[in-house]
Design a protein around this ligand. Structure first.
Ligand code: AMP
Length: 281
């Protein structure tokens, strides 16, 4: 595995490989790798000749009071995990390499962002879209792999690729969870010990909602109440949102039907966690 830190070298390496007919699978991450990221890398490895992993904690997708400075980082550990997954190139640029000076074009995502994390984190998806356009042009992948843990991100990237005619296949990958159901996240290390014990309730509440739907409940308000009650009763977390939308359009619904997402975000003392399930009714 080769670690690449400059845009110029990354573009030259991929261009050479693609000229010899190789397909490229790209996995963009912010590092502090866990089993969720590794699942993406494994699928990319199976489906492509070449695997490119990027590790970049993107400052412009964090709000002023968010956790950019405390976001966990451990490059050496990430490097050995990536080697273990047979990654070909690890793109690890500095912030200055990606954002060298003031820019003349600004991307604004205006659909699928007025709800969920887009509403709670203004500007977040503008930052995500901007960095992805740059990373796509730097790594020129055939396929790009994204986790359904960030289901709104998948919906936004789908729109980005379609709107800008980007010749990349988007591959959404299922959520990887801890044994107790907590969705794996780099941020889980910032949970306090008692919060870590409470956190599986998030997925448990989504499972309970799913069972309620399977028993015939079709009112989104009832489902939402079930989830909120469980989280409020069993955790110290403050609910940011519990919402149900049509997926991937993220439009509201009066009755549960078709493909829907039940998504939640909660704030513990030092960390905000998200989770979701996507169901077809
Ligand atoms: P991040 O480093 O948090 O930006 O995540 C990089 C990619 O890994 C994103 O596409 C995430 O959706 C995906 N990812 C993060 N956690 C998980 C998980 N538990 N299961 C599946 N994919 C995940």
């Amino acid at each position: 595995m080769k670690v690449v830190t400059t845009i110029k070298e990354m573009q030259a390496l991929v261009a050479r490989e693609k000229a010899s007919g190789k397909t490229v699978g790209f996995v963009p991450t912010m590092g502090f790798l866990h089993e969720g990221h590794l699942r993406l890398l494994r699928q990319a490895r199976e489906e492509n000749d070449l695997v490119v992993l990027s590790i970049f904690v993107n400052p412009i997708q964090f709000g002023p009071n968010e956790d950019f400075s405390t976001y966990p980082r451990d490059f050496e550990r990430d490097q050995s995990l990536a080697e273990g997954e047979n990654v070909d190139y690890l793109f690890y640029p500095s912030v200055e390499e990606i954002y060298p000076s003031s820019t003349s074009v600004k991307l604004t995502v205006h659909q699928r962002t007025g709800v969920l994390c887009g509403k709670s984190r203004p500007g977040h998806f503008d930052g995500v879209a901007t960095v992805l356009v740059k990373l796509f042009n730097i790594t020129m992948p055939t396929r790009a792999y994204f986790g359904k843990k960030d289901a709104q991100q998948v919906a936004v990237v789908e729109g980005l690729i379609a709107d800008f005619n980007i010749p990349i296949q988007l591959v959404p990958v299922d959520i990887v969870r801890e044994k107790d159901g907590l969705a794996k996240s780099s941020r889980n290390v910032n949970l306090l010990p008692n919060e870590r014990k409470q956190a599986p309730v998030l997925f448990k509440s989504l499972q309970t909602a799913k069972e309620q739907i399977e028993r015939g409940e079709r009112d989104p308000k009832v489902i939402r109440k079930t989830i909120c009650r469980m989280i409020e009763a069993e955790t110290d977390a403050v609910i940011d949102y519990v919402e149900i939308y049509i997926y991937p359009e993220l439009t509201p619904l009066d009755q549960l039907a078709g493909t829907i997402i039940i998504a939640l975000a909660v704030k513990f003392a030092n960390v905000r966690l998200i989770d979701n399930i996507i169901l077809t009714i």
